[in-house]
Design a protein around this ligand. Sequence first.
Ligand code: GDP
Ligand code: IMO
Ligand code: MG
Length: 438
Amino acid sequence: MPGICVIGAQWGDEGKGKLVDIIGESADCIVRYQGGNNAGHTIVVQGKKYTFHALPAGVLRGKRSLIASEVVLDPRQLYSEMKKFEGELNLGIDPRTSIIMPWHNDLDNVGEESRKKTTGAAIGTTARGIGPCYEDDKNRSGLRFYELVGNPQSLENRIREVHDVKRKVIEQVYGTQISYDINKTVDDYISLGSYLKKYLADVSQEVSKALKDGKNVVFEGAQGTLLDIKFGNYPKVTSSHPMTGAVFDSVGIAPMKMRAIGIIKAYVTKVGSGPVVTCLDNGLWPVDESKSTPEGNYIRNKGQEKGTTTGRPRRVGWMDAVVLKYTHRLNGFSELALMKLDCLSGLDKVRMAVAYENNGMIFDDYPSWDTDFLNDCKPIYEEFDGFGDISQARTYKQLPKSARNYVNRIEELIGTPVTVISVGPGREETIFRKFKKF
Ligand code: GDP
Ligand code: IMO
Ligand code: MG
């Protein structure tokens, strides 16, 4: 099968970037299919760290890298990543892609302020304008890549026209000031458009042909399934669909059977508010490390769990098989890649939730829509012996028995093989178990 999707099975930051890079080696093309520069995908090669927000992580392998129509694209961020990038860029951007404008950042910020005042809790967005840009796209008033790279006079007219409306909303509805200068915005976006023009590509057509010709295509997911706009913990979610099924609509290809690799971290993390039943930080967001559990702080430090995009400490919790069963049901994972197992080493005991208890009822399905109910759930844990340093292990047999027990139990509970075990950020710090790149 020529297509492989890389899907976050938790709340994002599972290690998708590393996996995309690994299978990217034998790929012909890599396609980012949703989200925007709210994502932060980090890849470490020979000790050097590369972080991608708007560029597909596939560029690191020098492969054809595509941005599909359901991505929301900030051309300012894209440009700065392109300038920093040292290698050859073989990039294509779909003309239907919606463009993030400075008012989207402002609206993201005022929206968060307003949520704090009205509901007492913000989502904790990345402030990258993601929600407001998707809002305009679905409202059919967004600016698309095709317009960005089109006639400069028409672009200027469109920018000024939309700005007039957005400025009124920001000033008159939210009672605050816009943060950008409109004349500079017009100039910047015209320059960006003229720079990016050569990258226009009909991604739908290109990927359809690539698949038909038997080429190897990686679909690079951003975020994680529990941040899905419908199937995540709404409203504490992002505004797109990070799931397998969304690949077809987003890229514009006919549905087909594809391998879907579920990327799972050996524990869970969440940036932003929302229920995390196995949370080790007393549910607090923003995280207050002085009120967290020792295990929570230990794992956060060991895993360096600070946001790649915003630098905020991530909430940390034990692995949650209830969540994984749910995200497996939604995505149909053909296999799992277990990342950051090394970050659990040094703990006396490691835990995994296998069911929840709520008001005397025990169950193992996941009502993603019911935040209050999830906040009241208590995890039922299985406990495993801890393990020491595993960062040098390169085969499954080299892992201590207690670590293997943990992996086996995940496979048993989810009913899906764990074909990749990652024990460090580097490419080589990886154990493969009957894993086929393509
Ligand atoms: P993504 O958003 O899913 O691509 O994940 P991020 O890049 O935001 O977060 C994963 C972080 O963990 C990155 O800094 C990676 O370099 C790092 N990482 C990935 N796999 C491993 C691993 O197995 N062990 C350790 N210690 N770090 C890892
Ligand atoms: P990657 O691809 C982790 C979270 C934000 C916030 C919520 C909504 O690196 O896994 P948004 O800016 O999208 O409107 O914020 O979603 N979020 C992520 N958390 N990893 C990500 O991406 C995320 N992208 C968005 O923290 O809670
Ligand atoms: Mg990330």
